[in-house]
Design a protein around this ligand. Structure first.
Ligand SMILES: *Cc1c(COP(=O)(O)O)cnc(C)c1O
Length: 201
């Protein structure tokens, strides 16, 4: 039997929180990072509260499809990118940004036949140690992607491991800047704790 636990999430509260994120990062665009099934709340319900975001970042291709079915035309980012080569077709069809965090994903792109060039975020492992290229491997990965006709835009992303802890984010920001400074493309870094605790200015 399931335990009788109930979580009530008010869409108005989501809307409010999105407003706070905007206030704290006035010069940035804001991804609503809803992960998988909007943390169990369901993408449709979360969408109601977060439709004012500039984009949605999630894990599951089927959910990206559901968002498009809700008529969301804006950016969608697949946080872990493609899980297998054939995912790339759906990425093209749904016009998704997708993360590239390992060489295998670059191999799949290189072999992918597409009319529609892809928009990707290359992921740097700056200390979370979950996904992404090491600082030493980052440039080579970028150069490989940049040489592919299948790829039209390359942004840069990383994820903070200690934004709400004593260590903070400075060491990871420094690694990110070193790795990406002279490269073109959008940057996306800050999770909620970084926005709340380490906002610039
Ligand atoms: C999950 C995730 C976020 C959001 O983290 P929160 O702590 O929920 O704000 C941001 N960026 C990336 C790359 C993520 O994977």
């Amino acid at each position: 039997m399931p335990r009788p636990i109930l979580a009530t999430v008010h869409t108005g509260a989501l809307r409010h929180n999105l407003g706070i994120a905007r206030e704290r990062a006035p010069d940035a665009r804001v991804w609503a990072v809803v992960k998988a099934d909007a943390y169990g709340h369901g993408i449709e319900r979360a969408f109601e509260g977060l439709r004012g975001a500039d984009g949605f970042a999630l894990l599951d291709l089927a959910e990206a499809e559901r968002l498009r079915a809700l008529d969301w035309r804006g950016p969608i980012l697949l946080l872990e990118g493609a899980f297998e080569a054939r995912d790339l077709e759906l990425c093209s069809r749904l016009n998704l940004w997708h993360a590239v965090h390992c060489n295998e994903q670059i191999d799949w792109l290189a072999a992918h036949k597409t009319q529609q060039p892809h928009k990707v975020f290359l992921k740097l492992n700056s200390g979370m140690n979950r996904l992404g290229f090491t600082p030493a491997a980052y440039r080579t990965a970028w150069a490989r992607l940049n040489a592919l006709p299948q790829v039209e835009e390359i942004g840069h992303m990383t994820h903070f491991s200690d934004a709400d802890g004593a260590r903070g984010i400075a060491h990871q920001v420094a690694l990110f800047e070193q790795a990406t400074d002279d490269l073109p493309g959008e940057r996306t870094l800050a999770n909620s704790a970084a926005i709340l605790r380490h906002a610039r200015g």
